[in-house]
Design a protein around this ligand. Structure first.
Ligand code: NAP
Length: 421
């Protein structure tokens, strides 16, 4: 038995994929690459202070470090970017939080983030996007954005099934496809092309939409919007939309109405306790989120759409430095900063740790430790309102006091420690 297991307790999971959290849970963390160690050093004292302030000594997180990325390579050897032990421990302890990890573009190893999501079957990437008062934002009414994006996390073009242009594998796959295309009278594809596959299944689409609907019902949100590109990709994205509507109809018949029913049958009146299920084509959704964000509350969407949409939505409220993220499955959950490793700032104690801190807030809410989560949100809001911010916000805020990453974390912590119980 490890030292952590002696000091803490293991989180169990119920049949609906929800954690049953003891008072002293073991929670794993991965510092991450680049700016990861800077933001983790600023974030964890904030989490500990909030838990202490909210629950006295009754509750405490027992932190358990896991290796991944450059730190794993340095300590365990050049071929060990994602040690098996790290995967086993995330699965064993159930809840983890991480900083960003490097992925080279084009050549080199595949994304560790994608590997973590696929290997641990963390099928829902959840990105809440909301505005924090006084944060400089590029739109006139950023406060109208309050949306939680559920992005399918395991398939679509992200499945990593692709072959290099000119390779023998690509040519074999293309010959097979070209035969099918010729048989149906369609134009064929050049054998010199690169080729990738976009798998999308009913099982994975349905469980993602199910989580989004459950979340909307449990948190009192008004609607779930299925975002897809089904007008062009009928059998993948179009099917996602159809499967999504079917989940609502078959599994939540008393708690959901469609937008069509609402206008044709219900005269625009949402029955009490119900949420509205609607769908939008992805390109139109980008416009809608800018023009009428208040009409969108929870979004469920396939992998690639969700990736683009969450970053665009985060930009509307002040950028990625403020955006939290979570990857959730039925037996474990991994919370993470949504930005990358920002290598040029690594070790400078300069960047904004809010994305990781707010990911911790989502983690605490997921654990049911809402009082601690609320203390942090309130302290982050107050710190920014006092004009105490890191460089990214300071360069856009008149009269702001620019502080280091660690000082920003310390300012939040101080407000938490002084909060009345
Ligand atoms: P990035 O690391 O997110 O950095 C892009 C820019 O965003 C930075 O130069 C900085 O802008 C701003 N930024 C990012 N984090 C910030 C923070 N905490 N506070 C303030 N500003 C912040 O994106 P990238 O340069 O494209 O990616 C670098 C590496 O990260 C790549 O290897 C990529 O694969 C990886 N990555 C990992 C994850 C993950 O682990 N989940 C996610 C995305 C990317 P300014 O220069 O304007 O100040």
């Amino acid at each position: 038995m490890s030292e952590n297991e002696r000091a803490g307790q293991i989180i169990e999971w119920d049949v609906d994929g929800r954690p049953v959290v003891p008072d002293k849970p073991i929670i794993s963390f991965i510092e991450g690459d680049g700016i990861g160690p800077d933001i983790w050093a600023a974030a964890w004292p904030v989490f500990d202070a909030a838990v202490r302030q909210a629950y006295g000594g009754k509750r405490r997180i027992i932190w358990h470090e896991l290796l991944a990325g450059e730190k794993a390579q340095k300590l365990r050897g050049p071929d060990t970017r994602l040690p098996e032990r790290t995967l086993e421990d995330i699965a064993r302890y159930g809840i983890a939080i991480k900083g960003p990890l490097t992925t080279p573009v084009g050549s080199g190893f595949r994304s560790l983030n994608v590997a973590l999501r696929q290997k641990l079957d963390l099928y829902a990437c959840v990105r809440p996007v909301r505005y924090f008062q006084d944060v400089p934002a590029p739109v006139v009414h950023p406060e109208r954005v309050d949306v939680v994006i559920f992005r399918e996390n395991t398939e679509d073009v992200y499945a990593g099934v692709e072959w290099e242009a000119g390779s023998q594998d690509a040519q074999e796959v293309l010959k097979f496809i070209n035969k099918k295309l010729k048989d149906s009278g369609s134009p064929t594809i050049s054998l010199k092309s690169a080729v990738g596959i976009k798998p999308m299944s009913e099982f994975n689409s349905r469980r993602l939409v199910r989580r989004a609907i459950q979340y909307a019902l449990e948190t009192g949100r008004k609607s779930v919007t299925l975002v897809h590109k089904g007008n062009i990709m009928k059998y993948t994205e179009g099917a996602f939309r159809d499967w999504g509507y079917r989940v609502a109809l078959e599994e939540f018949p008393e708690q959901t109405v469609t937008e069509t029913e609402l206008s044709e049958r219900l005269n625009g009146q949402i029955p009490s306790g119900c949420i509205v299920i609607k769908d939008r084509i992805a390109d139109a959704m980008f416009q809608q989120l800018i023009l009428r964000p208040e009409e969108y509350s929870v979004i469920a969407t396939p992998n690639l759409n969700g990736d683009y949409l969450s970053d665009a939505a985060a930009a509307q409220v002040g950028g990625l430095g403020m955006a939290p993220g979570a990857n959730i499955g039925d037996r474990c959950a991994l919370f993470e900063a949504t930005h990358g490793t920002a290598p040029k700032y690594a070790g400078l104690d300069k960047v904004n740790p809010s994305s990781l801190i707010l990911s911790g807030v989502e983690m605490l809410k997921f654990m049911g430790w809402t009082e601690a989560a609320e203390l942090i949100v309130s302290a982050v809001t107050k710190t920014i309102a006092q004009g105490i911010v890191t460089y990214d916000l300071a360069r856009q805020m008149e009269g702001a006091q620019e502080v280091k990453c660690s000082e920003f974390g310390a300012a939040i912590r101080e407000i938490i420690v002084k909060a009345a119980r």
